[in-house]
Design a protein around this ligand. Structure first.
Ligand code: GDP
Length: 206
């Protein structure tokens, strides 16, 4: 039998792509936002979580139109794929669009259950990541750090990175998870935690 978290994630469907604040959905369904550097493995992580090959798609080309993509998990919750940041050579115009879209998203009083910050397990907490985390801290949201591509590290290396990242973020063991969309590491753990965030908000009527 499927667990409740698995059932929630297995219901994923694409809802909408928004290029401006005005296009964000307004029906109040609880959201979990995903944010991270371009190429960190965000689309792959979303696809692994929902058990689909190509629900989320990566925007490979720097400068390509940036959008916020919304995926429904039934009627209970929504995943929100925010545009990736940190291309080395993006134009100022592209950076401005990112700042505005992501800034609008977090400032608009969305019904946010929490935010998932994806970082590469081989080198988490880059200066860009640190800047993003510092800024997110001002919003008092539940946060989960997902360390992607953990299949590229040995078990021992992974454990070192995990301990170091938890220490740096002053985070509990639940809030930093080693993840790999290639071998499925961390998938169940992330589903379980996000399911609990959504369930907790539903219970308090947030
Ligand atoms: P995004 O730009 O953050 O959405 O990143 P993608 O999901 O498109 O992934 C970027 C690149 O990293 C692609 O070449 C993926 O195949 C690769 N990738 C993503 N996740 C993993 C993973 O868990 N392990 C490994 N080894 N490669 C991955």
């Amino acid at each position: 039998m499927q667990s409740e978290p698995d059932r929630l994630f297995s219901q994923a469907t694409f809802l909408a792509s928004a290029g401006t604040l005005q296009e964000f959905p307004t029906d109040g369904v609880p959201e979990v936002a995903f944010v991270g550097r371009s190429n960190v493995g965000k689309s792959s992580a979303i696809n692994a979580l929902v058990g689909r090959r190509r629900l989320a798609f990566s925007s490979k080309a720097p400068g390509r139109t940036q959008t916020v993509n919304f995926y429904d998990l039934g009627e209970a919750a929504r995943l929100v794929d925010l545009p990736g940041y940190g291309f080395a050579r993006v134009s100022k115009a592209v950076r401005n669009v990112w700042d505005r879209l992501v800034g609008d998203y977090f400032s608009a009083g969305r019904p946010l259950a929490g935010v998932v910050v994806l970082m590469d397990a081989r080198h988490p907490l880059t200066p860009n990541d640190e800047q993003l985390l510092g800024w997110l801290n001002t919003f008092e949201l539940r946060q989960l750090a997902v360390l992607t591509k953990s299949d590229k590290l040995s078990r021992a290396e992974g454990n070192v990175v995990l301990a170091r990242t938890r220490q740096k973020l002053k985070a509990g063991s639940e809030e930093v998870i080693l993840f790999s969309s290639s071998n499925g590491a961390g998938v169940e753990q992330v589903r379980e935690l996000l399911w609990r965030w959504v369930a907790a908000d539903a219970a308090t009527g947030k």
